[in-house]
Design a protein around this ligand. Structure first.
Ligand code: GLY
Length: 292
């Protein structure tokens, strides 16, 4: 069930994903539209000569604010019914910032960006991440503010055995971009897995696993079974011209499935998934398209 698509080089390009999984067919257009709104927000930055790093942050904020997706508003709930957020951001020069198992904040990606700019450490976790965020002026959110009815219903169904993880329609979000100056960047944000253990950290905040950027090789953001992407150090090893094969190798090794997006230094791009669906959108100087 692997699907993949490749795009030729562009002056600037942003590619976003709204999560790999099994979104019901009748809802896929909505997810694709949400991705397109996010890609357009990032493309507006790139068009005016802005940095790939600013573009991926802007795109991921749009997806975090969209209740359809499993990040920010709409994030999934852990076994205690609480929200623990994972996010990371990296630019092609090697600067990176990340937060893991962080209590609720509206836009985890901007807290990861604050860590990148601060430069003292790359990653902050749990209450230390919340403390760092508040020191940087971010306002803490309540679980109720970020919890959607859909996420809560799904969590209750899983807790009382009326549903399995299969079919959960939410998704980790991510963006990769190449700017007019030839720099790349990647950003990934998620609530993780529905009903996950408290303290579980997935691939999304881990540089090299769920997110990676290097001006020499390109930028990658992943979605799907986090443990599989961690075990294969996926994002740092993936390449634009082998993305589908990279995913297949991961699945053969770990049995985990998912999807990935990639932008290369020359502005070529690709996405691949080996799940039933993965919403995405690409906007470049020549193309705008979305799908799921
Ligand atoms: N890929 C997202 C997660 O497993 O948390």
């Amino acid at each position: 069930m692997t699907s993949a698509r490749a795009y030729p080089p562009s002056q600037f390009v942003i590619l976003v994903h709204g999560g790999a999984g099994d979104v019901p067919a009748e809802r896929r257009a909505l997810h694709a539209e949400g991705c397109l709104r996010a890609a357009e927000a990032g493309a507006a930055v790139l068009k005016s000569g802005g940095a790939a790093l600013d573009a991926v942050e802007a795109a991921v904020r749009v997806l975090e604010d969209d209740p359809l997706f499993n990040a920010g508003t709409g994030a999934c709930l852990n076994e205690d019914g609480l929200i623990e957020l994972d996010a990371s951001i990296m630019d092609g020069t090697g600067r990176a910032g990340a937060v893991a198992a962080m209590p609720p904040f509206k836009n985890a990606i901007s807290i990861a960006r604050a860590a990148l700019e601060d430069g003292r450490h790359v990653m902050y976790a749990a209450h230390g991440a919340a403390r760092f965020a508040m020191q940087k002026g971010f306002e803490r959110a309540t679980v109720e503010a970020l919890r959607t009815d859909a996420a809560f219903q799904r969590w209750k169904e899983l807790r009382d055995g009326r549903a399995s993880e299969k079919g959960w329609a939410g998704g980790t979000v991510g963006a990769v971009a190449r700017d007019l100056h030839g720099h790349v960047a990647a950003a990934t944000s998620t609530g993780g897995m529905m009903d996950k253990a408290a303290g579980r950290v997935g691939d999304s905040p881990l540089i090299g696993a769920g997110n990676f950027a290097d001006d020499a090789t390109g930028a990658c953001s992943t979605t799907g079974h986090g443990e599989a992407f961690i075990r294969t150090v996926f994002a740092a090893r993936a390449r634009v011209d082998s993305l589908a094969a990279d995913l297949e190798r991961m699945t053969a090794r770990t049995a985990g499935r998912g999807g990935a997006i990639f932008v290369a230094p020359d502005g070529s791009a690709a996405w691949a998934r080996n799940t039933a669906s993965m919403s995405y959108a690409l906007v470049s100087d020549t193309t705008a398209e979305s799908g799921s």
